[in-house]
Design a protein around this ligand. Structure first.
Ligand code: ADP
Ligand code: MG
Length: 399
C-alpha cells in the first residue's frame, strides 16, 4: 500500500513536565508499528489523547512535546515529525493532505474536541475522509467508545478501508485472550488491590474460568468482613460487603482468603507492624499486607500453576514495610513463568507492583492496558476492538 494514508490511534498519554516528556515508554512501544508503516511507504497521521481536557483546548495538555520526542526516537531531526495544533478542521486536513510518502504527522490532543468523548460520527467521518486505513495501538483506551477509538474505525471500514490492530494491541489480545480461552491448568487468579466494586465483573468472570482464586489486599478485607471477622480500621469498601457474601457462596472452596495478616496501628511508611491470625485483628489496627503464612501458601499455589493472572497488589506496597506479600506473589509468578507457565499481570497499580517486586521482565506479559486490561479479562466487549475489521491483518496494511 505505498502512498496510502494511514490514521494511527496511538496511546501517547504520557507524563509531561515543564514542556518535556517525562517518561517516553508509551511512545517507544509504538515505534515498531510506526517504523513498519513508514518503511511500507505509508503517509502516517497519528491521533492520541493526553490527560482529561473537557472537550476544549488546554495548553497544559498539548501533544507538542510528544511530537518532539517522537522525532528524536525515530532518529530524525527534532521537528521532523510534523505537529499540527488542531485535531480537526481545515488546517488539520490540509496538513494530512500535504504528507509525503513515509512522513509522519501528529495531530493535537483528540480530547480538545467535544466530539471525541461523545463518539461523534461527524468527527469520525471527517477523520476517515482523510485516510485509507486505520491502525490502533491504543489498547489502554480500547474500552472507551470514543470517536477516535470506535466511530473512526467504523467510518474507515464504511468507506472500504481496513481497520486493524497494530503489533502492541495484537500482542495484548493474544496474551490475554489465550489465558482466558485455553488456559494451561491449574489456572490461578490472584486478586488484590483496593476497589472490589470496580472489579465485581472481573471476579465473576475469573470465577467462571479459574481453578483457584487467591484474594489479598483490601479486596480480601471485604471478604473477611463478609465472614463477620473484625477488620479494625482497615480499608473496607462497605457497600461491597453484600456482593462479597454472594461471591463467597459462588466460589466455594476455590476462593482462598488470607489466614494471617500484617497489621499496623497507623498506615504510614515504616509504621510498627505485627503479624496476626485473621481472627485476631484488633479494633484499632489496619490490615496492610497478607501475612507470611498466607504469602507462603499463595506462593506455592502460584509457582505450581499452568496459568497465572494477577491483578491487584497484596498490600500497601508503596509504603515501606508493607510490601513483602506483594513481592512474594510476584516472585512466585516469575518462577511459574520460568517453568513455562503463562503469567500475566494486568492493572495500572499491578504493573507498578510487578516492577516493585522486580519481576516485570520475568513474567510472560505485563499488560499496558490498565483498566482496559481488567475489562478484557472480565470478558466485557471492548468497543475499540469490536470496531476493527473481522480479520486483523495488520501485516497486510503495513505490507
Ligand atoms: P490495579 O490498578 O492494579 O487494578 P487497584 O487500583 O485496585 O489495582 O489497587 C491498588 C492499590 O491497592 C494500591 O495503591 C495499594 O496500596 C492498595 N492496597 C492494597 N492492599 C491494601 C490494603 N490492605 N489496604 C489499603 N490499600 C491497599
Ligand atoms: Mg489502580
Amino acid at each position: 500500500m505505498p502512498g496510502a494514508t494511514v490514521l494511527l490511534r496511538a496511546d501517547f498519554n504520557v507524563p509531561v513536565s515543564s514542556g518535556e516528556v517525562a517518561d517516553d515508554t508509551r511512545i517507544r512501544r509504538t515505534l515498531p508499528t510506526i517504523r513498519r508503516l513508514v518503511r511500507a511507504g505509508a503517509r502516517v497521521a497519528v491521533l492520541s489523547h493526553l490527560g482529561r481536557p473537557r472537550g476544549e483546548p488546554d495548553p497544559g495538555l498539548t501533544l507538542a512535546p510528544v511530537a518532539r520526542r517522537l522525532s528524536e526516537l525515530l532518529g530524525r531531526p527534532r521537528d521532523a515529525v510534523r505537529f499540527v495544533r488542531h485535531a480537526s478542521g481545515e488546517p488539520a486536513a490540509a496538513a494530512v493532505a500535504r504528507l509525503a510518502v513515509g512522513e509522519v504527522l501528529l495531530l493535537e490532543n483528540t480530547r480538545f474536541l467535544p466530539g471525541e468523548a461523545a463518539n461523534a460520527r461527524s468527527l469520525a467521518r471527517e477523520w476517515a475522509s482523510w485516510a485509507d486505513h486505520f491502525v490502533t495501538e491504543a489498547f489502554g483506551t480500547a474500552h472507551r467508545a470514543h470517536a477516535s477509538t470506535d466511530a473512526l474505525p467504523r467510518a474507515v471500514r464504511d468507506k472500504g478501508g481496513e481497520a486493524v490492530a497494530g503489533e502492541l494491541v495484537e500482542r495484548e489480545i493474544a496474551c490475554l485472550g489465550r489465558a482466558l480461552d485455553e488456559p494451561a491448568r491449574p489456572f490461578v487468579a490472584v486478586l488484590g488491590g483496593a476497589k472490589i466494586s470496580d472489579k465485581i465483573e472481573l471476579v465473576e468472570a475469573l470465577l467462571g474460568r479459574a481453578d483457584v482464586l487467591l484474594a489479598g489486599g483490601a479486596m480480601a478485607n471485604v471478604f473477611l468482613r463478609a465472614l463477620g471477622l473484625e477488620t479494625g480500621t482497615s480499608l473496607v469498601e462497605d457497600g461491597a460487603v453484600d456482593v462479597a457474601r454472594r461471591l463467597l457462596d459462588m466460589a466455594g472452596p476455590r476462593l482462598s482468603l488470607p489466614v494471617d495478616c500484617v497489621v499496623a496501628g497507623r498506615v504510614e511508611p515504616g509504621a510498627e507492624t505485627r503479624v496476626a491470625p485473621r481472627t485476631e485483628v484488633g479494633a484499632g489496627e489496619a490490615i496492610v499486607d497478607i501475612g507470611p503464612t498466607t504469602a507462603e501458601l499463595y506462593g506455592r499455589r502460584i509457582a505450581e500453576a499452568g496459568t497465572v493472572v494477577w491483578n491487584g497488589p497484596m498490600g500497601v506496597f508503596e509504603m515501606d514495610g508493607f510490601g513483602a506479600g506483594t513481592t512474594k506473589v510476584g516472585l512466585a509468578a516469575a518462577s511459574a513463568a520460568a517453568r513455562g507457565a503463562t503469567a500475566i499481570v494486568g492493572g495500572g497499580d499491578s504493573a507498578a507492583a510487578a516492577k516493585f517486586a522486580g519481576v516485570a521482565d520475568r513474567v510472560t506479559h505485563v499488560s499496558t492496558g490498565g483498566g482496559a486490561a481488567l475489562e478484557f479479562l472480565a470478558c466485557k466487549e471492548m468497543p475499540g476492538l469490536a470496531a476493527l475489521s473481522d480479520r486483523s491483518p495488520s501485516a497486510e496494511v503495513a505490507r
